[in-house]
Design a protein around this ligand. Structure first.
Ligand SMILES: [Fe+2]
Ligand SMILES: [Fe+2]
Length: 191
């Protein structure tokens, strides 16, 4: 079942720069592959991947205004593009492209910071964004290897890397990211 029309697809693609669209295509490719592997809805994975970075080029002020218009309030200390572009993209998906499927919206919303208790579609988009073939950071090979057998482990590795990176650069860490890492650690210990 399609979640998005051909016309909307064209419109979304036209909003991305060439460079950004290459990333989007890579995320789509991996998200579809993982959706097939883990028996998730391929069409939802495609749609979430297509839209996940649609807000990335907005200004922070615009992002905050868009979120507040949708009754989403995020503390001022977290008003930065890295954190806000996920929630903003979810609002745009809902308002401009009539996406009302919760799994798709959650996957888009949380792709920037994760959360404790992430669902399968959220995990697929999160890891596809982190490990698509254009990514070249240090541990990406290990994450790619893990994602084919253990999605939770791959996300735990990715979150842990993100947190170290954020802290080493002196950037603010969104609390949901720390909570997500704790959650995945607990899940692993329980298994
Ligand atoms: Fe993103
Ligand atoms: Fe992305």
């Amino acid at each position: 079942m399609g979640y998005i029309s051909e016309k909307a697809k064209k419109d979304i693609i036209s909003r991305y720069s060439e460079e950004r669209y290459e990333h989007i295509q890579n995320v789509i490719e991996l998200a579809v592959k993982l959706a097939e592997k883990y028996n998730a809805d391929v069409e939802k994975a495609y749609t979430a991947a297509l839209l996940h970075d649609i807000a990335k080029d907005m200004e922070v002020d615009e992002m905050v205004a868009l979120l507040e218009s949708a009754d989403i309030f995020i503390d001022e200390e977290y008003h930065n593009k890295n954190i806000l572009h996920g929630p903003c993209a979810a609002v745009i998906a809902y308002e401009n492209y009539d996406i009302d499927d919760e799994e798709i919206l959650y996957a888009i919303y949380y792709h920037t910071f994760g959360r404790a208790g992430m669902g399968l579609m959220e995990k697929i988009i999160f890891i596809s964004d982190a490990a698509e073939k254009g990514r070249t950071y240090k541990n990406v090979g290990k994450i790619r290897k893990a994602m084919n057998t253990d999605l939770n482990m791959a996300i735990e590795m990715s979150l842990s890397g993100t947190i170290s990176h954020v802290l080493s650069k002196g950037e603010v860490l969104f609390p949901a990211t720390a909570a997500a890492l704790e959650y995945f650690k607990e899940q692993r210990i329980k298994r």
